[in-house]
Design a protein around this ligand. Sequence first.
Ligand code: CAO
Length: 253
Amino acid sequence: MSEEPRRFGEDLPPWPQADFAAFGEIEVKPLSRLRRVAAGYFARNWVMIPHVTHHDQADVTALEGLRGSLGASGGGTKPSPLPFIVKALVETLRAHPLFNASLELTSGNIVYKKYFHVGVAVDTPGGLLVPVIRDCDRKSVTQIAAEIAALAEKARAKGLPMSDMSGGCFTVSSLGNIGGTGFTPIINAPEVAVLGVCRAAWAPKRGEGDSVAWRLMLPLSLSYDHRLINGADAARFTRHLAGVLERPGSLID
Ligand code: CAO
């Protein structure tokens, strides 16, 4: 019986078993249960979904002003940009329904969702959790902000039941409280795209008569499933989102 010829690059070497202690002092700790479980999901999604990440920036100078005035009228507590981004995502998902869909691998169908449940990645001591904020189209920025805060606190204190993490249509992963200019978030299957957000930074822009205008720019990184979504779709989606964030009046009701 003749063996299938091996193709270049397919015969992967085994995972390296290094003797770390031979090179210096080490400390060994067990992986948390959450990290162990999450690792399997990350690896599955990364190898099964052909990811492409599209980067853009939104001018959030006006949004910053709005946040400031809401903070002043709300007793000094300024809402973070995240609930505004979630609200802007709803408008954008409504206009680009392919991003609010899932691929059914067995039937080959696309399932379009008519609801807007947005997952929010939360960094906890045990690992990453993604609670889902349901019906974001029917909630105000203030309600969404309160839900994110409550779910993040619950996730960090005692984890979350599956019921708080299921049914999401689209995920947003914000590192804006820390920093960065862009990253490649991993899609949370069976969703087809995920938005990564980094820290907004002031940048000089060419203004009228070659003057310099300082604008607050928010980095957006959209990873999408290239089986369903093309680069042009992703560029239009991200531009639409940036446009909504640049005119934030519609986000407040
Ligand atoms: N640009 C500038 N500042 C930002 C910002 C942004 N994009 N996003 C948040 N901030 C600032 C807020 O203005 C606020 O600052 P002040 O206290 O001075 O007003 C502060 O950061 C708020 O940070 P926060 O973490 O309390 O609130 P949040 O709404 O931004 O985020 C949560 C909440 C739960 C998403 C976040 O705490 C978190 O866990 N993020 C990590 C997610 C993660 O790990 N993703 C990676 C997944 S891939 O491995």
